[in-house]
Design a protein around this ligand. Structure first.
Ligand code: ADP
Length: 760
């Protein structure tokens, strides 16, 4: 018995978890127990290659078959070949926060200790790993504790390191417990070759067990996916389905948190989450679709965004998102966009980890399947929501319809009652008649709209197409909307190119569209507002913009206003509850039948709205005879902003009254400087300029106006001088037209029509 056994407290029993806590140990120095150099001096036996190769073949077979007891077989083989009294294979690992050696194989006298662990500090194996070289020790218990108080002390132990994937991970060792023999160089050679075997065996086993773990996980993940796909058909509770998706997301990605967002009105709205605290839920409740967060970026890039380490992500640096990640302990994120079967982005499925992470390819493949299901689920939720919404709108529509029908019916019923009285005076009968016919035409309009809608929905509308100058459509639409615009005291500004774009369209239907949009602008703008109609050309399209200074449309409803029966509740009260909510739905269908589009924009409630109609230009816009043009003699034209500079007050006032009666917006000035002072604020489209003015004459004024306003303004000379010479001079001064006094409104209307302001 070694003298040290009496003086030191021994390490407790070898256990499956490290129980060691050795105190007051008196150790001899490590070098005092190491005797590796002695091996060179000792005589050694000749190699027995036959037994050695038999043993190695046996071991390799066990490795090939991935026999889990291969390390035990290795210990037994080492024991036999080296004629040792104990042998084992120890591999370093972590247990309960400490580095330990687990005895994966143990044979001979210490065989019962197989499977247990020894703390690294108490094991000669630690020395071998530190030095990464074979070591011979004599009575190692003089420096290390014995693995068990009752275990046999060791007279000699020979250990060699073994490596896996290029790193030393454990040892193969031999032990002798009495003085009957000593280890030789041949034992070291054999042990080294067996260690290489151990290395192979270890790697094979590791790989095997990792694969087994991955397989088990994959099988579990597939089961989860199968369950979800069955639940998608069976389950009615959509929230329970979100939960299942999130559970599968965390399970597949082995993540700490997960979130599911739905794209709604340009925002990502949180539908469900896992692992988020209340603060995180509030923070991520709504994310703008164009934000720089991982989910926002995944949405705009239409592809997965992985942030492997939030602390090293440049885009995140200094953002509130990073602060929130830090607060909730998130270190990595991946966000996968969810695409519907029609290719539309509908949401984002994200997972989050508390450690830096890059998801493995296999996990991402399974996650793709989950993302497909999540997209289907969101699509289903959206469809259900849309159906509920359509149902609600239809109910609302029926209520509005009965109200709108009852409105004209009430006066008609009263009218009928009154007409039955024999004593009615003819004037009264006349006015009752007028009232009834007004109400009947209102009813007819309602019914026509409804019929149109039903015909269009069933694809029964046929366009009567012809090549039209768009100006014809605009003028007809203005004529229709004019009474309401005037009644509400709005200022209508119309801008059209001098050369009207031509479209291949149905005059009546396009007029219906533009007058509906204009009528809406008048209806949904408080009295005294401003409506701006602008026609322009862009590429192969003509653009009709109708902008108003009215009630505006909330961002979330810009698309909805085109849905059937859609009305913005706040507007009904403000605009006096007129309409059925089908005008824009009809307009959109009609524009689409023409191969065009119509969209609405608005900065929000109270900020005015703009409706933009795009129509393809007619292919043969030059086929002059076929084109439907406005009647050139028609005194009504496009309403313009006109500045009259005329020193004769009576002439100016009569001209102004005439032009205003035609709908133009007119300002007058007595002198050229006064007129020039007004152009900034009034921004006239046409200036009617007298030539014989005091201070600055008409020619000079024309030159200055042209240099101030460029080619956008139309300059018309109104003068008593009508010689060719005078006309020539006017042209040189920059006038577009020349009229000789006295000017008739008809002559003026013709000139104005020819000089409708040019739009770029
Ligand atoms: P309605 O018969 O109600 O006018 P529409 O289909 O023409 O039906 O329009 C649908 C809804 O869109 C309207 O009820 C109104 O709330 C909104 N809307 C349409 N045009 C405008 C506009 N120029 N400004 C503000 N809101 C508008």
């Amino acid at each position: 018995m070694s003298p040290n056994r009496r003086t030191r407290k021994l390490a407790p029993a070898l256990a499956s978890s490290p129980p060691y806590e050795v105190s007051s140990v008196q150790r001899v120095p490590l070098d005092a127990v190491i005797a590796t150099a002695e091996l060179e001096q000792r005589p050694t036996r000749a190699p027995d290659f036959e037994s050695e190769s038999r043993a190695l073949v046996g071991l390799m077979r066990a490795v090939r078959e991935a026999d889990t007891s291969v390390l035990q077989k290795l210990a037994e083989t080492a024991l036999r070949l080296c004629r040792a009294q104990s042998a084992g294979v120890s591999i370093e690992e972590e247990a309960a926060g400490r580095r330990v050696f687990r005895w994966h194989g143990a044979a001979g006298r210490w065989a019962p200790l197989r499977g247990g662990v020894v703390p690294r500090d108490f094991s000669p194996c630690g020395t071998v790993l530190d030095r990464n070289t074979p070591v011979l020790m004599k009575h190692p218990e003089r420096h290390f504790a014995l693995p068990h108080a009752d275990t046999l002390p060791i007279t000699e132990t020979l250990l060699v390191p073994f490596a896996a994937d290029g790193a030393t991970v454990g040892t193969v060792w031999l032990g002798l417990h009495d003085e009957s023999r000593q280890f030789e160089r041949e034992d070291l050679r054999l042990l080294t070759s067996l260690s290489e075997c151990a290395s192979l065996a270890h790697q094979a086993l590791e790989r095997n067990s990792k694969m087994r773990v991955a397989l088990v996980k994959e099988r579990g993940d597939f089961a989860l996916l199968r369950e979800i796909s069955a639940a998608l058909i069976r389950e009615n509770d959509i929230n329970a389905l979100y939960e299942q998706i999130l559970e599968a997301a965390t399970s597949i990605m082995l993540s700490d948190c997960a979130s599911l967002q739905m794209l709604r009105d340009g925002k990502l709205c949180l539908l469900g989450w896992r692992g988020f605290d209340a603060h995180a839920v509030r923070y991520w409740q709504e994310v703008r679709a164009n934000s720089t967060s991982a989910c926002g970026r995944a949405l705009s890039a239409k592809e997965r965004v992985v942030i492997a380490d939030t602390e090293r992500c440049e885009v995140l640096a200094g953002t509130a998102d990073l602060a929130e990640f830090r607060r909730s302990g998130i270190r990595s994120v991946q966000s996968t966009p969810l695409t519907s079967r029609t290719g539309e982005l509908v949401g984002i499925l994200s997972t989050h980890w508390r450690e830096p992470q890059t998801p493995a390819a296999g996990e991402l493949r399974l996650f793709e399947v989950l993302a497909r299901m999540a997209a289907d689920l969101i699509e289903r939720a959206r469809t259900e929501q849309a159906m509920r919404e359509a149902d609600r709108r239809k109910d609302e529509f029926l209520a509005i319809l009965s109200h709108e029908l009852r409105n004209p019916l009430a006066p008609i019923t009263t009218g009928l009652e009154l007409l039955r009285r024999p004593s009615n005076k003819p004037e009264l009968v006349g006015s009752i008649h007028l009232m009834m016919s007004r109400q009947v035409s209102h009813l007819t309009r309602l019914v026509n709209d409804l019929l149109d809608l039903s015909r269009i929905t069933r694809g029964k509308v046929e366009l009567q197409r012809a090549t039209l100058e768009l100006r014809v459509v605009i003028e007809a639409a203005i004529d229709l909307a004019r009474p309401l615009i005037d009644q509400r005291g709005h200022d209508l500004i119309v801008e059209q190119p001098v050369r009207s774009p031509c479209v291949d369209g149905d005059l009546e239907r396009l007029t219906q569209v533009v007058s509906n949009v204009l009528g809406n602008a008048a209806k949904y703008t408080d009295p005294g507002g401003r409506i701006h109609l602008r026609v322009s050309q862009e590429g192969g399209q003509t653009l009709i913009r109708v902008r108003d200074s009215g009630l505006g449309i909330p961002a979330g409803q810009l698309e909805q206003v085109f849905a059937m029966f859609a009305q913005i509740p706040e507007h009904r009260a403000r605009a006096g509850g007129v309409g059925l909510g089908i005008g824009l739905a009809l307009s959109r269908r009609l524009v689409e039948l023409h191969g065009g589009t119509i969209v609405a924009t608005s900065e929000g409630l109270g900020q005015g709205s703009e409706f933009l109609i795009r129509l393809p230009l007619a292919a043969a816009a030059e086929a002059s005879d076929e084109i439907t043009r406005p009647n050139a003699d028609d005194a009504h034209g496009i309403w313009q902003r006109i500045l009259i500079i005329e020193d004769n007050v009576d002439a100016a006032d009569s001209l102004r009254a005439g032009l205003e009666s035609q709908g133009h917006t007119v300002r007058t000035a007595r002198t050229a400087p006064e007129g020039l002072g007004m152009v900034e604020e009034f921004s006239p489209e046409v200036v009617l300029l007298d030539i014989g003015l005091p201070e600055i004459d008409g020619y000079e004024a024309a030159r200055r106006l042209r240099s101030r306003l460029g080619s956008d303004v139309r300059l018309v000379a109104v003068t008593g001088w009508g010689q060719e010479r005078d006309r020539e001079r006017a042209r040189e001064a920059g006038f577009d037209a020349h009229l000789t006094k006295p000017v008739t409104l008809e002559a003026l209307a013709k000139v104005l029509r020819r000089t409708v302001s040019r739009v770029a």
